[in-house]
Every structure is written in structure tokens, then in C-alpha cells.
Design a binder for this molecule. Structure first.
Ligand SMILES: C[S@@+](CC[C@H](N)C(=O)[O-])C[C@H]1O[C@@H](n2cnc3c(N)ncnc32)[C@H](O)[C@@H]1O
Length: 455
């Protein structure tokens, strides 16, 4: 593999006798992983119907390796949000972040959503997850992944850390900064990261990480946890960033977290003025475990200012809209999603508990999207379908994963069907995947146009 020469020299210098094993790992195939989405399916249920050749990833409860010649990303179960394809080492971040149901959690650099969807499944739908991404296009992908995984309690925003920090001082119990970095740990799977690498870019990334952490720390409650992670090896962006941070913010300390035995401690000898306890931070090496390179630090804010009061979002709904929704829900659902209902133009959402006011922020998804008002009727959203289970809907149309019909449905074709007319929750082997609307003997396809399979 064509690795930058200066990078190789730097790593040789750092790793010394370990360098040969490290560089040999670049000749091995990259590891592939999927993480079961426990918001939609339990681990046991998934394993009973699992069509792939999987092997447990030892450091994450819901994580499994799969072989490079299988394509779980192209299976109907993927579209039903039963799992998320995620690099195995990256799954350690969600595991060590240890989110709890009911907390207020911020994922500050969240796209495309690997860690956000992991945090959400650990939160079990309780509490508030704010998932932010600074780049508009990436924020859209994040929002789609939040939808596919059936997450009900996330607000997806497209903001700068600076603007969020002004709005949410001392607000969150837990913050994840999965920082933009020089990506050295991804060289095996990402050619672009290799091409863009330079010592100058490493220095620029380190400065940007300092700035992001400056804003992140101010949004954390006293007693809260800040988790910092990168997918790079360079000490400047790892032990260096954390040491500079702790020097500036002595009200934080490094937490000792329980880790998988293949993970390695942070290196005090690789940076000037290493913070005390830096060896409690974690390095993941591709020559020591079956995963790419990562760095993780878990910090605790030991004291700080109590949060000022912030404004909460208020329910806002035209009675005509509420009536149309209630009529739809009465005809179609056995369970209606909870939360504060709010309409933005003709779109109806259920806000998560304790949702803050969102005015002036760029919001892609203020909670669970329930649907759209169309003249006096209500049309359910794809997000609502993905958030429901088979028991939640009065009419369910199930398609087996290996059937021709599921392929036809995913391609947007209409299906022949019989039964009472109205909205049907379409399921694949019992797990929701979208909507259909039955009239006569035809099931009209409401699988979103942008998601349809080609060919
Ligand atoms: C490592 S990626 C995040 C991966 C994501 N957490 C996941 O698990 O799928 C870092 C993200 O930070 C975003 N980013 C870049 N510059 C930023 C900045 N100045 N502030 C905040 N985020 C930034 C990038 O667009 C990128 O999506």
C-alpha cells in the first residue's frame, strides 16, 4: 500500500520494534462490522434470522464481524434498520461513551451517524439526543440514517460548535466529540485520507480539535462526561489534544474506564507536557486487534457552573391538523408515538422529552417526523414507519426477505394485495420497512423515491 513516506518515518520513530508488525497489518484485509440496532430487534432475535456469516466483536455488545465477500449493506434488513454497518474499532466509542436512557446527550461531529445511532440504541428512546453535523450534505446523510434506524428521540442539526455553545451552556449530561482528524487510522480503507495526509494537515487538525473542545466543554453539566475520539495515530491529535485541554480546563479529569484487553494505553512519552493520567486514555492498533486505528479519551467535568435556564420547545398545532392526525392514528395505529407534537409548515413532528427551543438553529429533524398534512388528510412519513413495530399498526403486510415481492417493494413497484383499504405498515420478516396504501386489489407503494433500489 502506498503510504506517505513522512508518515512511515514518523510511525517508525514512535513504534520502534513494534513498527514491523504495524506496517504488516496494512497488507491484511480490512475488517468489516455490523452493529445490531436494538431499537428494532434484540440480539437473540437477530442471530436467529441472521443471513450472514458473522463472528462476535469482543469489545461491543451488539457488534459482529462479517466477511468481505458478503454484502449486508445491500439486504432488505439493512433498509429496515436492523443493523448499521460500522468499522469495528469505531464501535468501541459508543460502548465506552456508555450513554444512559433519560440523559441529554450531544454528538457534536455526528455524520454519517455511526456513533449517533449507537448512542441512540443504548438510550432506548428515552431522553434527548442532539446530533450535530457542520457540513450540510453530510448532515442530510446523518438525518437519513437516524430515520432508517427508527430513532425517535433525536434532534438533527447542522450547526457550528460555536453557535451551539451559545445556546446550550451547561445543558448536556454527556457529549461526544468524534473529531475531524488526519484519518491515519483509516488509511487501510480510505485512499483519500492517504492522499490528503501531510504534517501541516496534522497540525491544522490539532488546532481545530482544540477549538471544538473549547466549545464542547462549555455545554457540559458539572459531573458530566466528555468523550473524545479520533481515527488517527498522531500524538498531536490524541494525547496532545487531551493534554492541552486539561491544562486549560483543570476542572476536568480523565476517567478510568474498563476496556477490552487488546486495547492499549495512551502514551505519555509521545507528547511534551503529557497530562497526568494520560495512560488512562485508549489506543486501538490494527496490528493488535481486528479493527482500524482509533483513540478514545473519557473525561469528567468535576465542577463548573450550573446551567442557566434555557427555553424549551412548546407544542404548536392547528386544531384542524391535530384532527387529521388523530383520524389517521385512530384508523391505522394501535400505539401513537409520545412526545410534544409540533408542526413546521405542513410537517408534523413529535419532539423528544425536554426538547429545547430550536428557533434560529438549522434543524433538519426536530424529533420523530410523523407525516405531512395534505388538504384535510394526513400522510404518514417513512420515519414513522421505521419507528413502529408490527404490533403498533392495525394493518400489516409482511414480505419475506428472500421474496420477489420485497425486491419489487424496494424498487417502488405496486403490489397485488387484498384486504380492507387504507394504510399498511409494510414489514420484512416482521420488521417495519415502509408504508403501502391499499385500494382495490393494489398496494400503492410509499417507499421513498430517493431510497428506491435500482434495476
Ligand atoms: C470523524 S467524522 C464523524 C464520524 C461520525 N461520528 C460517525 O461515527 O459516523 C468528523 C466529522 O466532523 C465534521 N467536522 C469537520 N469540521 C468540523 C468543525 N470545525 N466542527 C465540527 N465538526 C466538524 C466533519 O464534517 C465530519 O463529519
Amino acid at each position: 500500500m502506498n503510504l506517505p513516506q513522512t508518515f512511515q518515518e514518523k510511525m517508525k520513530n514512535l513504534l520502534q520494534e513494534e513498527y514491523d508488525a504495524f506496517i504488516r497489518s496494512y497488507e491484511e484485509e480490512k475488517n468489516q462490522g455490523l452493529r445490531i440496532n436494538t431499537l428494532k430487534i434484540s440480539i437473540d432475535e437477530f442471530l436467529q434470522m441472521n443471513p450472514f456469516t458473522t463472528e462476535k466483536i469482543p469489545w461491543v455488545k451488539e457488534g459482529y464481524f462479517y466477511p468481505g465477500n458478503e454484502r449486508p449493506g445491500k439486504h432488505p434488513y439493512h433498509e429496515a434498520g436492523l443493523y448499521y454497518i460500522q468499522e469495528p474499532s469505531a464501535m468501541a466509542v459508543g460502548e465506552l461513551a456508555d450513554p444512559r436512557p433519560g440523559e441529554r446527550i450531544l454528538d457534536l461531529c455526528a455524520a454519517p451517524g455511526g456513533k449517533t445511532t449507537h448512542l441512540a440504541s443504548e438510550m432506548r428512546g428515552e431522553g434527548l439526543l442532539v446530533s450535530n453535523e457542520i457540513h450540510p450534505q453530510r448532515a442530510k446523510i446523518l438525518s437519513q440514517n437516524v430515520e432508517r434506524m427508527g430513532i425517535q428521540n433525536a434532534i438533527v442539526v447542522n450547526e457550528t460548535p460555536e453557535r451551539l455553545a451559545v445556546r446550550f451552556p451547561g445543558f448536556f449530561d454527556r457529549i461526544l466529540v468524534d473529531a475531524p482528524c488526519s484519518g491515519e487510522g483509516m488509511f487501510r480503507k480510505d485512499e483519500e485520507a492517504r492522499l490528503h495526509w501531510s504534517p501541516e494537515n496534522v497540525a491544522l487538525c490539532a488546532r481545530r480539535q482544540d477549538e471544538i473542545l473549547d466549545h464542547a466543554q462549555s455545554m457540559l453539566k458539572p459531573g458530566g462526561r466528555l468523550v473524545y475520539s479520533t481515527c488517527t495515530f498522531s500524538p498531536e491529535e490524541n494525547e496532545g489534544t487531551i493534554s492541552r485541554f486539561l491544562e486549560k480546563y483543570p476542572n476536568f479529569e480523565i476517567e478510568q474506564v474498563e476496556v477490552y484487553e487488546g486495547f492499549s494505553p495512551g502514551r505519555a512519552d509521545w507528547v511534551e507536557k503529557a497530562a497526568p493520567g494520560i495512560e488512562k486514555t485508549i489506543r486501538i492498533w490494527p496490528h493488535l486487534v481486528k479493527g482500524e486505528g482509533h483513540y478514545i479519551a473519557v473525561l469528567k467535568k468535576v465542577d463548573g457552573d450550573e446551567a442557566p435556564r434555557i427555553k424549551y420547545a412548546k407544542s404548536k398545532l392547528d386544531p384542524k391538523m391535530l384532527k387529521a392526525y388523530q383520524q389517521f392514528a385512530g384508523e391505522t395505529l394501535n400505539r401513537t408515538p409520545s412526545g410534544n407534537f409540533i408542526a413546521f409548515h405542513d410537517q408534523l413532528y413529535a419532539l423528544p422529552e425536554e426538547a429545547p427551543a430550536l428557533d434560529q438553529l438549522k434543524v433538519l429533524r426536530p424529533g420523530l417526523h410523523l407525516g405531512t398534512f395534505k388538504k384535510n388528510r394526513f400522510e404518514p412519513s417513512h420515519a414513522l414507519a421505521l419507528a413502529l413495530s408490527g404490533e403498533d399498526a392495525k394493518n400489516v403486510w409482511n414480505l419475506p426477505a428472500d421474496s420477489e415481492e420485497i425486491l419489487a417493494y424496494l424498487k417502488g413497484e405496486t403490489l397485488q394485495a387484498g384486504g380492507p383499504k387504507g394504510w399498511y405498515l409494510m414489514t420484512v420478516d416482521g420488521y417495519s420497512i415502509g408504508w403501502g396504501k391499499l385500494a382495490g386489489n393494489v398496494m400503492k407503494n410509499h417507499y421513498p423515491k430517493g431510497l428506491r433500489w435500482m434495476g
